[in-house]
Design a protein around this ligand. Structure first.
Ligand code: GEK
Length: 241
């Protein structure tokens, strides 16, 4: 796994984060050291999906990056006939995702789409994954996407939504941010790397609160939302149709 050193040298001005080839090259290491619980979430996505995936249906991985979530679902659902639809608007991610999935799930039905997830039709879906992707959409577009997902899900289907959270109480929010930065420090990131990455991502990743997610999922039509994971300000929810 190539080590993420992208923010280790002081930059004159920090530009907005984007998912280019340099990021794609170090992405597994970046996510593992930046998102508390990332590896547990990936493993459990497969386990959770196993409970809801229905034979002869589709599984959508929206904002698939290198396909880690799809691979996990595949590992736990090999006995089912599923069509995997993986979508990402970063060409660098899709290119690497394609070779990875070809190598690790060569006989599975996989369609890779390089496009904005807002342009995707959702049909015949039993499981939809938004694993740390919704937070990159403009806030005003988020409900529309959730409604599209809800309408494309079969009865009994689920959306698994993982996100960075913001907390309504300022002090609590700051505490979680500090703990998250400590998480990065214990994983080997320097203070310079932490502060430059923060400056780069703060206009790109706009987190919502748990309460807002819950309300928005209800507004989109989901009958129940359960929070199955939280580590510091990172969480994963499962929304049932
Ligand atoms: C994982 N799910 O490893 N349309 C399509 N893709 C998008 C859009 C958009 N509008 N906005 C962002 N992306 C993965 C991790 S990473 C999370 C997801 C993170 C893509 C973007 O190109 C990137 O690959 C991904 O969403 C977010 O389970 O970097 O914190």
């Amino acid at each position: 796994m190539k080590q993420d050193r992208l923010f280790s040298i002081a930059k004159e001005s920090v530009t907005d984060f984007n998912f280019d080839a340099a990021v794609a090259d170090v992405f597994p290491d970046m996510l593992r050291r930046s998102i508390p619980g990332y590896e547990n979430i990936i493993t459990m996505l497969g386990g959770l999906a196993r409970g809801y995936a229905q034979d002869n249906t589709r599984v959508y991985d929206l904002g698939c990056s290198l396909g880690a979530a799809t691979l996990s679902v595949h590992r736990h659902t090999r006995d089912l006939s599923l069509a995997h639809i993986c979508v990402d608007n970063s060409a660098a991610m899709i290119k690497r995702c394609q070779s990875k999935l070809q190598r690790h799930m060569p006989r599975a039905s996989v369609e890779l789409i390089c496009d904005d997830i807002q342009n995707i039709q959702i049909e015949n879906a039993s499981v939809v994954l938004l694993n740390f992707t919704l937070q990159f959409l403009p806030k005003e577009s988020r409900l529309r996407l959730l409604k599209t997902i809800y309408n494309g899900l079969l009865d009994g289907g689920v959306l698994i939504l993982s996100e960075k959270l913001v907390f309504n109480d300022n002090e609590v929010n700051q505490q979680f941010i500090d703990w998250h930065h400590e998480f990065k420090r214990v994983n080997g990131y320097s203070d310079l790397e932490i502060s430059q990455k923060r400056a780069s991502i703060e206009n790109v990743l706009i987190p919502d609160s748990f309460e807002l997610h819950q309300q928005r999922l209800a507004d989109a039509g989901f009958s129940q939302t359960l929070q199955w994971f939280q580590a510091f300000n990172f969480s994963s929810l499962i929304a049932l149709k």
